[in-house]
Design a protein around this ligand. Structure first.
Ligand code: TRP
Ligand code: ZN
Length: 923
């Protein structure tokens, strides 16, 4: 492993930049084989800075062609160039520096900086990509006004875009042309963007709340214009929502979204010119699923909301990443929840005119719409962030150190970061939180700030609401890693009719904390813990806290342990804990199976109700994974079967909600409770439980399947998507026992499906549960129909990679398919990531063929795209906790990669931490 690359950057190292750069002029002569960039900087030394201060600029993988100061070439003795910086000495207090350089977009496979995708040119600058375009202080606290000139061949690049407003558009000789763009808002370099190529554009004009006309545009490949309607509509909904919920308006005359097929992540919030992975823009009912539609609306919202939380107020340094990401994820989660509730609201009138059954269905959906979104977000948090927070990459939402910032765009910074914002929202209430947000923009607009600055504004509101209390304990959520555990004890005294609840928290040291020695002590967190109590017949009990009466109380645990008393409770109640998932913690309480069944049937809190059923299923699967002979049929506990039957029998519950309640908990979540970890056994146990539930409740699944058809034209509204998700879940249970009746239904659905959601769900059933010939035929038909559409070809790869019938040999063969390429991250994710991260049954086999395949792909991928390789490297985060026969082979695979001499900084950090901290864990 490279040693010089293992430089660790610490949060405490922050120093302000000694120069201000008021304006940047960039002129590009665009050409994939060699793009020339002229960068003209207006520099000013910060007052009070010593006159001999060196100017140090970042630059990587670019060639210096010229350097001049106030119009004169800089002599060689005054500057120094190395692989990562350009330093210039002896600058006057204010001056103009001009840098000419050359980069090669067509050789850029990392997709950071300026690169080629299809026939077009795109940029990606966050976090440190701008330095791959030109030399610059590539850090978020240096904010400048940009003017950008783009020149290129007009036939190859008819469209040329950059941030802000179009100033001019000019024809040049030799069939070239030029556009000039100006962004009126000062911004850090990571928000710079340019796009050049041939595009279709869908656009509309609308007015902001204050009446300004704005142009909204979505650019995509020529020929894909039929697939951008949903994205453009989502953009307009996002614009409206930010005005209504947060009073925030679009500040530009023009807002552009551009789709590319080659992109490292979801999308990027460049000022006025968002660049998107095509997977989060393009949708048509024939080729996109309900999940795709929802993801598009959510990512469009996310990037749009960054315009205020990220761009207008940005980060001082990358340790503050959660300042913009946690807050913006919270905002996009609320946007989706509000859009679902609003869509159902709009259905009121249609339903009122229709049958009373339709109205009842609508009421049920309205009642649980927000809970469904909350459940989906918590499922994702537990599957990705909880394991991360317990493994070698564990870090607080505001990390203390990193080697490669690209590795810290994590579930912790994003999703746990959003939970930390949500807790503040819960503690302050909607009005208090809104006040805090208003104050935040009033104080920090146009600045690069810290997480502490954000919490300061929220704390000011909180202390006004709760005189004498502060946020000092709450701030530990930013500083300490790990998922706290809250142990709950319930005592009931029938003589005094008093119920006493004791909460006790603990949080072990994790990740780098384990290396900080004995004097590093973790302190208790401030945990908002929502609780309800149910009488033994399921009736919710009124509780009083601080003089207020309610079915749900919010307990604030700030110490290691605290106690609360509730009076006038005649019989020992059943506790409903962590309602609405009020904090990102793990609850420990020993409910009996009967109590869980009661909660699953009666808890008025839709989240806790869902949770109770999931816990019943989790116990069942974990028991089988531990004890069962995998070749024998499983016997299910009566409580689980009864709970599932009850849910199937309760049509008054919304289909979307029932689809979540009747699904089985994810392997990744369950694995955290298994010691030693044996992912393959767990996956087999989960499949066996599913098959047995399918067999025992066959007629109920069949009835549910038929009751939830969605005739008529496709619509991605929450009622229809809810019905499809329940119907397709029923289909998967019907197919799980691998009997002909279920499989015929899947075959019929596959042949007749009028939309991609139904088609893909049926295909997955056939690939997993039907005979090879049937599965192969279906896959062949699907490919023939869709081979021209890359997003659908991704689905075709993914369904095979994740199948319980796939093997290492099959997946390796698919890497030789003409449609497979390591150059397109979406394709790598569809095949390699799906198999290594989402197919425990066939990846974690004891002979280690899966691990050898992983190592082989790592070595191919790392030189091509280190950001993506480093994500694949995280498959073995939890290696040290696995059964010995797996653990040894995982370790060998990790060591094989570690021995590679030219490993990227990205991958090297992950592998190193996995080996070092995993070894500590193994002890
Ligand atoms: N800031 C972007 C977002 O959350 C994501 C992002 C960060 C990104 N780094 C990236 C996207 C690199 C692509 C490539 O919306
Ligand atoms: Zn973001």
């Amino acid at each position: 492993m490279q040693t010089d690359s293992a430089i660790t950057i610490h949060r405490s190292d922050y120093r302000p930049y000694p120069f201000r750069i008021e304006t940047v002029q960039l002129a590009f002569d665009l050409d994939p084989a060699g793009t020339r960039v002229r960068n003209t900087l207006r520099l000013q030394r910060v007052p009070g800075t010593p006159a001999n201060t060196l100017l140090v600029l970042d630059g990587e993988d670019i060639e210096l062609l010229g350097l001049s100061l106030d119009g004169q070439p800089v002599e060689a003795a005054r500057y120094r160039l190395d692989a990562r910086t350009l330093s210039v000495a002896g600058l006057p207090e204010s001056c103009t520096l001009t840098i000419d350089s050359l980069c090669r977009p067509d050789a850029n496979t990392k997709l950071m900086g300026l690169y080629v995708s299809g026939e077009s040119l795109f940029t990606q600058c966050e976090a440190e990509g701008f330095r791959r375009i030109t030399w610059f202080p590539d850090r978020p606290d240096v904010m400048s006004r940009y003017q950008v000139t783009l020149r290129a061949d007009k036939n190859a690049y008819p469209v040329m875009l950059s941030n802000g407003n179009l100033i001019s558009s000019t024809e040049l000789p030799d069939s070239r042309h030029e556009t000039v763009w100006e962004d009126p808002f000062p911004k850090p370099s990571y928000l710079f963007a340019l796009v050049a190529g041939r595009f279709a554009c869908r656009q509309k004009t609308t007015h902001t709340a204050s009446g300004r006309e704005v142009l909204l545009q979505v650019y995509s490949d020529p020929g894909s214009e039929a697939q951008t309607e949903w994205a453009l509509d989502s953009l307009e909904r996002a614009l409206r929502w930010d005005e209504q919920r947060f009073g925030l308006e679009l500040d530009l005359d023009r807002f552009m979204v551009v789709a590319t097929r080659d992109f490292n992540m979801g999308a990027m919030e460049n000022k006025g010119l968002n660049i998107f992975n095509a997977a989060y823009v393009l949708a048509h009912p024939d080729s996109a699923t309900d999940a795709n539609y929802e993801a598009i609306e959510s990512v469009i919202g996310h990037e749009y909301f960054h315009n205020w939380t990220g761009n207008r107020v940005t980060c001082r340094d990358w340790f503050q990443l959660s300042l913009k990401e946690g807050l913006t994820v919270f905002r996009d989660q609320e946007f989706t929840a509000d859009m679902m509730a609003e869509a159902l609201q709009r259905r009121e009138e249609d339903a009122a005119a229709g049958s009373s059954a339709a109205l009842a269905q609508l009421r049920a959906a309205q009642a649980s719409a927000r809970a469904v979104k909350r459940i989906d977000d918590v499922i994702a948090l537990r599957a990705a962030q909880f394991p991360e927070d317990a493994g070698p990459m564990a870090h607080p939402i505001r990390p203390e150190s990193y080697q490669e910032i690209g590795n810290f765009y994590t579930a912790t910074v994003y999703e746990k970061g959003a939970e930390v914002i949500r807790m503040q929202h819960r503690l302050l209430g909607e009005a208090g939180f809104r006040q805090g947000m208003d104050d935040y923009f009033a104080r920090f607009d146009g600045q690069a700030v810290t997480c502490d600055d954000f919490v300061d504004t929220m704390e000011a509101v909180y202390t006004r609401q709760h005189p004498g209390q502060d946020f000092s304990i709450f701030r530990r959520w930013y500083a300490q890693a790990g998922t706290p555990r809250v142990k709950v004890t319930l005592a009931h005294d029938s003589a005094t009719q008093r119920c006493t609840i004791t909460l006790q928290q603990r949080c072990d040291k994790v990740g780098v904390e384990t290396q900080r020695g004995a004097d590093y002590v973790k302190h208790p967190f401030h945990i908002p813990f929502a609780l309800g109590l149910l009488a033994p017949d399921g009736t919710p009990l009124p509780l009083s806290l601080n003089g207020e009466q309610s079915d749900t109380v919010l307990l604030e645990l700030r110490e290691e342990q605290a106690q609360w008393h509730f009076d006038s409770i005649a019989q020992r109640p059943v506790p409903s804990l962590l309602r609405d998932f009020s904090a990102p913690v793990i609850v420990e309480y020993d409910w009996t199976d009967e109590e869980l069944a009661l909660l699953s049937e009666h808890d008025p809190d839709a989240f806790a109700r869902w949770e109770a059923g999931q816990e019943l299923a989790a116990r069942e699967i974990l028991r089988h994974a531990r004890d069962m002979d995998l070749d024998e049929p499983v016997t299910l506990s009566a409580s689980l079967v009864r709970a599932w039957a009850t849910l199937l029998h309760t049509p008054a519950l919304d289909p979307a909600y029932r689809a979540r309640a009747l699904a089985l908990p994810l392997e990744k979540t369950l694995l955290e409770r298994m010691r030693p970890m044996h992912p393959g056994r767990l996956a087999a146990a989960r499949l066996a439980v599913r098959a047995e539930l399918g067999r025992q409740l066959g007629s109920l699944w069949l009835q549910t399947y038929h009751e939830n058809m969605t005739p008529g034209a496709y619509s991605p509204d929450p009622l229809s998507t809810g019905r499809r998700s329940l119907k397709n879940l029923a289909l998967s249970y019907l197919c799980a026992p691998r009997k002909q009746d279920g499989l015929s239904l899947a075959q019929q659905q596959f042949q007749k499906a009028g939309n991609m959601t139904d088609s893909l769900a049926a295909l997955a059933c056939l690939v997993n549960d039907a005979d090879t010939i049937v599965a192969q035929n279906a896959l062949g038909d699907f490919y023939t129909r869709w081979h021209h559409d890359p997003l659908v070809v991704d689905k075709w790869f993914a369904v095979q990679a994740a199948s319980c019938n796939s093997t290492v040999a099959l997946v390796r063969k698919l890497t030789q398919h003409p449609a497979f390429t390591l150059l397109t991250p979406n394709r790598v994710r569809a095949l390699v990531f799906q198999f290594c991260m989402n197919n425990a049954l066939n990846f974690h086999t004891e002979e280690g063929a899966g691990y050898a395949f992983w190592a082989e792909q790592m070595l191919l991928l790392d030189p091509v795209n280190p950001e993506i390789a480093a994500r694949l490297a995280r498959v073995f985060d939890r290696w040290s906790l696995h059964a010995p026969e797996l653990r040894e082979k995982m370790l060998a695979a990790l060591e094989l990669i570690a021995a590679e001499p030219s490993l990227s900084r990205n991958t090297s950090e992950i592998i190193q931490k996995s080996l070092n901290l995993g070894a500590l864990e193994a002890k």
